[in-house]
Design a protein around this ligand. Structure first.
Ligand code: ZN
Length: 182
């Protein structure tokens, strides 16, 4: 098993901006710790983040957000990648759609994803859905993902578990997975 840590949309827009989750600040330190674990265990750290163009279809629904080059599209300071970590910009909910993420993961030999980020029921859910279709083992970190509401969060966790076969785990278990102890 070769795991990678996937961090979805931990940019200013969704953590501290207009489309933020009320729980976002609580998951920042959890993801921070998982980044440290991944680094110490040599698991790839991969961000997938909204970097929209102004005419993107999705903006009709949500309004302009996390536009490419904008301050809102910057990864929050606490979770900034270092050299050797990867950032894939996306224009759709899923981190796999038109980003090259799948090829990169295969080139890295990754077969297992530990997924964190925002929002549980939108970009996390769609990324996990595509991970399922691409054949990855998926762990979703219950205390490392957040949504607009607790209802959205819980519904999406249950959906990913029952429909995509994702294992819903706490961050302590996620750390074990990242270090090959699960
Ligand atoms: Zn978006």
């Amino acid at each position: 098993m070769k795991p990678a840590l996937i961090i979805v949309d931990m940019v200013h827009e969704f953590v501290r901006g207009r489309l933020r989750s009320p729980q976002a600040e609580q998951i920042v330190p959890v993801i921070r710790r998982l980044i440290d674990v991944a680094r110490s265990c040599k698991a790839p750290v991969i961000h997938v983040v909204d970097r929209h163009l102004p005419f993107d279809h999705e903006l009709k629904l949500w309004g302009p957000h996390s536009l490419v080059g904008s301050p809102e599209s910057r990864i929050v300071e606490e979770l900034q990648p270092v050299e050797g970590e990867y950032v894939f910009g996306k224009r759709f909910y899923s981190g796999f759609r038109d980003t090259g993420l799948d090829n990169a993961l295969r080139d890295l030999g990754v077969d297992t994803l530990v997924v964190t980020g925002i929002h549980t029921h939108i970009c996390v859910l769609h990324t996990v859905g595509d991970a399922f279709y691409h054949g990855y083992n998926v762990y979703v970190v219950r205390d490392g993902v957040a949504a607009f509401s607790e209802r959205d969060h819980e519904y999406a966790l249950e959906y990913m578990k029952s429909v995509y076969g994702a294992k819903i785990v706490d961050s302590a278990t996620a750390a074990d997975v990242l270090c090959g102890r699960q």
